[in-house]
Write a protein that binds this ligand. Structure first.
Ligand SMILES: Cc1cc2nc3c(=O)[nH]c(=O)nc-3n(C[C@H](O)[C@H](O)[C@H](O)COP(=O)(O)OP(=O)(O)OC[C@H]3O[C@@H](n4cnc5c(N)ncnc54)[C@H](O)[C@@H]3O)c2cc1C
Length: 492
């Protein structure tokens, strides 16, 4: 006899875990199936040689407000969310010049927060005024203006607005990579404007115990509320009878439920787990056309001395942003001369994350989401070269360089590849014009009983992890309502 549940959630990424815990808290008998041997998906915690952290640099929980705080409040564990602020080094280089570093430290009040940034960009007085005007315009977009910007890319907005100083154009192109994990020709202007507004004037931080602890705290509530979590349980099929979902099957088990919520990505869910034949052609076309976010690849540097001063490192140049052309070239293994770097030192925030006297830096850059991409080896070499150039004093203290991960590992640990060239998305899908804001994919699929949760649907307007949590918060009440509605119909 197959075990029966009110709802089955496939995948324990941030979106799936938050949604499952909220469903269990609402009294639904919920099963959470995770294919890996531990929960967390892209935010899973790892432990290696006494260091703790993530598989790749992950950062950016606002200290106040935002989806993490809301999720923890709704789950009744608000006091457990402990986000630690730390210093950030923004490194910048103009062509032919040396690196400049702007340090942003929490609690240090500056009269003009943009002054440091503009200093590091080397701007003169007139350029500064123009840049301030544009940044202020973005900071004060109204909700109506933001809705309208769902329909225009960052690049097209730059052209339409006109008179945007070059450094701000570069800044916006760079932030399309950083904040939306996409390229400025296709990322919706609303997406990065919303993220910029969400962080405006707020310090962000890193969670005590890492993102793995967040997942564990959420899943503790799930289990305490009667939820059942099975790891090493890869769902192979979502079963459908008479046009509605009836459950899922793994390699050796069948589980029954009238509701399945998938955190495994919209494309793999529709095209592989359910099968195209259960949807109409136009929906299948819509799903297939959904553009992926960029991928990300990184190296883990372990140091036998605490050599890195800051918690977050973001290094960019005038020319280090990825655009459509550079991504296309990367697909052929040709990488740009300049690349951007993003790195996190978890023990800067929480000393417990590293053995005493040691440090771990996760440092990487953006790439294609192709699990079979040819660029990662070349990018790792470039990351090493840049690291040595920027932090020569740290090089002698490298104990080991390891953990070379990229889209192939991201895909195998999270969403399955179902279409050529995609699967290793660092954030997920739906960051581009046509799939953002009011156009974000509907988390309630056209197949009765099937819902999506996670970065792809149901959230939006925040940095990726926050977006996944936001989705969990938004999708749970939809599922709950569907369940109540269905129960009352069946009783009648
Ligand atoms: C390299 C990298 C760097 C990042 N850096 C940042 C950062 O600095 N800041 C930030 O905010 N975000 C960052 N992100 C993005 C962020 O981690 C993700 O957007 C977010 O965690 C996605 O959560 P999710 O809920 O969509 O699901 P995912 O994390 O994708 O989880 C999906 C889960 O579903 C499971 N699953 C899939 N298919 C099946 C199946 N068939 N059966 C059972 N289980 C299944 C997977 O194993 C996985 O656990 C980064 C991501 C990567 C990869």
């Amino acid at each position: 006899m197959a075990a029966k549940y009110d709802a089955i959630v496939i995948g324990s990424g941030l979106g799936g875990s938050v949604c499952a815990a909220l469903l269990a808290k609402k009294g639904m008998k919920t099963l959470l199936l995770e294919k890996n041997n531990q929960p967390g998906g892209k935010s899973m915690g790892i432990s290696v040689k006494g260091f703790r952290g993530e598989l790749w640099p992950t950062y950016g929980i606002p200290m106040e407000g935002g989806p993490f705080v809301e999720a923890f409040q709704q789950l009744g564990i608000e006091s457990k969310l402990d986000v630690i602020p730390g210093s950030t080094a923004m490194m910048y280089r103009r062509k032919g010049e040396a690196w400049t570093t702007m340090v942003d430290a929490p609690g240090v009040k500056v009269d003009d927060p943009s002054a440091n940034l503009f200093d590091s960009w080397g701007l003169d007085g007139e350029e500064r005024v123009e840049c301030i005007k544009v940044l202020a315009e973005i900071a004060f977009f109204t909700p109506e203006q933001l809705d309208e910007l769902d329909d225009i890319s960052v690049k097209d907005w730059i052209a339409r607005r006109g008179d945007i100083p070059k450094p701000i154009q570069t800044f916006l192109a760079t932030h399309s990579n950083l904040m939306a994990t996409g390229v400025y020709e296709t990322v919706a202007m609303s997406e990065i404007a919303r993220v910029m507004q969400a962080f405006s004037g707020r310090t962000a931080g890193y969670p005590r115990g890492g993102y793995g602890r967040i997942i564990n705290d959420v899943l503790d509530v799930f289990k305490a509320e009667g939820g059942e979590l099975l790891t090493k349980a890869k769902v192979e099929r979502i079963t459908v009878e008479e046009g509605r979902v009836t459950g899922v099957s793994t390699k050796d088990k069948v589980f029954k439920a009238p509701i399945v919520v998938s955190n495994g990505g919209i494309q793999p869910t529709v095209l592989k787990l359910v099968g195209e034949e259960h949807f109409d052609k136009s929906y299948v076309g819509y799903v297939k056309d959904m553009p992926p976010s960029l991928g990300f690849t990184c190296i883990r540097y372990l140091f036998n001395k605490p050599v890195m001063e800051h918690g977050l490192y973001v290094a960019t140049t005038e020319d280090s942003f990825l655009d459509v052309e550079r991504v296309e070239k990367m697909r052929d293994g040709i990488i740009p001369d300049e690349i951007a770097l993003d790195g996190v030192v978890a023990s800067h925030f929480d000393p417990e994350m590293a053995p005493e006297g040691k440090q771990m830096l996760l440092l990487g850059t953006w790439c294609t989401p192709d699990p079979a991409g040819k660029e990662t080896g070349v990018l790792h070499k470039k990351i090493d070269e840049l690291f040595a150039e920027m932090f020569p004093d740290a090089v002698p203290y490298i104990e080991s360089r390891e953990g070379f991960v990229g889209p192939a590992e991201v895909s195998s640990l999270t969403r399955d590849q179902v279409l050529p060239g995609v699967g290793g998305e660092a954030a997920g899908s739906a960051v581009t014009v046509g799939y953002c804001g009011k156009h974000k994919p509907n988390p309630k699929s056209p197949l009765p009983g099937l819902f999506f949760v996670g970065h792809d649907a149901g959230g939006g307007g925040y940095l990726a992890t926050n977006q996944a949590v936001c989705s969990g918060i938004n999708v749970a009440p939809l599922v709950h309502f569907y369940w109540l509605e269905r129960r009352s119909v069946i009783r009648i």
